[in-house]
Design a binder for this molecule. Structure first.
Ligand code: FPP
Length: 252
């Protein structure tokens, strides 16, 4: 089993957001339908979320369905929605046992009623949990989210829209209750954000794995974290400033 040393544990990300790519290719390479890949993908969601909890990463956000995915064939979309409902039904017990709070970002109105209902029910039933945080991006698109946030800011009389501060604007994003992601993982070897958390990931580290999502197992996930903890996050500062901040936090 992979064990992080205490000084490594301190450097683990607080929030990991994952673009789970490659279910279709994984299935095709086995001569199976795309939905077979998505089903395997859901099994992998369980394993990765479990590992994140075990090692102490409190926030996980998964890109489960983008607004652009609405253009996929009807049977794939309805298959994904059924998998989503099945996943939530199966996981509710363990979410309640383990203190996992479910949230969703995205336009839930664009989901079929049965899926939206399942998401909303699970959000409601887990809303008092605060040990672990699982967020599903469903019918989500970052640009659409930003437009909504702008509209919402304009309607907000307490905001001075001529002197807008990021912190005030961020309260209007769907991620207002979440910390910014520290690490974005994308599987399947693609180097793209695909309209996912574009503003929130301003300072996130990126890790791209060549593995398709169903193959991105516990070891691969832990390997991504091992890479992450070795990175130096500078947030626009110099390396020297970061080192002096670490040795003497009052020096900046
Ligand atoms: C990308 O693979 C994956 C998706 C569009 C959906 C991801 C969804 C799941 C893993 C299952 C649902 C999730 C939950 C939390 C229940 P792709 O189909 O684009 O793969 P390809 O690029 O190889 O075609």
């Amino acid at each position: 089993m992979h064990v992080f040393k205490p000084e490594e544990k301190e450097k683990l990300p607080n929030h990991i957001a994952i673009i789970m790519d490659g279910n279709g290719r994984w299935a095709r390479s086995r001569g199976k339908p795309r939905l077979f890949g998505h089903r395997k993908g859901v099994e992998n969601v369980r394993s990765v979320v479990h590992t994140a909890r075990e090692i102490g990463v409190p926030f996980i956000t998964l890109y489960a369905f983008s607004q652009e995915n609405q253009h996929r064939p009807k049977n794939e979309k309805s298959g994904l929605m059924k998998l989503l409902k099945e996943f939530l039904k199966k996981e509710l017990k363990s979410m309640l046992r383990d203190g996992v709070r479910l949230r969703a970002i995205g336009d839930l109105k664009g989901l079929p009623d049965f899926a939206r209902q399942a998401v909303e029910d699970t959000i409601e039933k887990t809303q008092k949990n605060n040990d672990w945080n699982l967020t599903l991006a469903l019918n989500y698109g970052s640009r659409q989210e930003v437009l909504q946030a702008v509209e919402s800011c304009i309607r907000d009389n307490d905001i001075d829209t001529k002197r807008l501060k990021w912190a005030d604007f961020a309260k209007h994003l769907q991620t207002k209750d979440l910390p910014d992601p520290d690490l974005i993982i994308r599987t399947s070897g693609e180097y793209r954000l695909s309209n996912f958390l574009l503003l929130q990931s301003a300072y996130a580290e990126m890790f791209v794995s060549p593995l398709h999502w169903p193959d991105f197992n516990r070891e691969a996930f832990l390997d991504a974290l091992s890479h992450y903890i070795r990175r130096e996050r500078r947030f626009g500062k110099t390396s020297e400033q970061i080192i002096s901040l670490e040795t003497s936090p009052s020096s900046l």
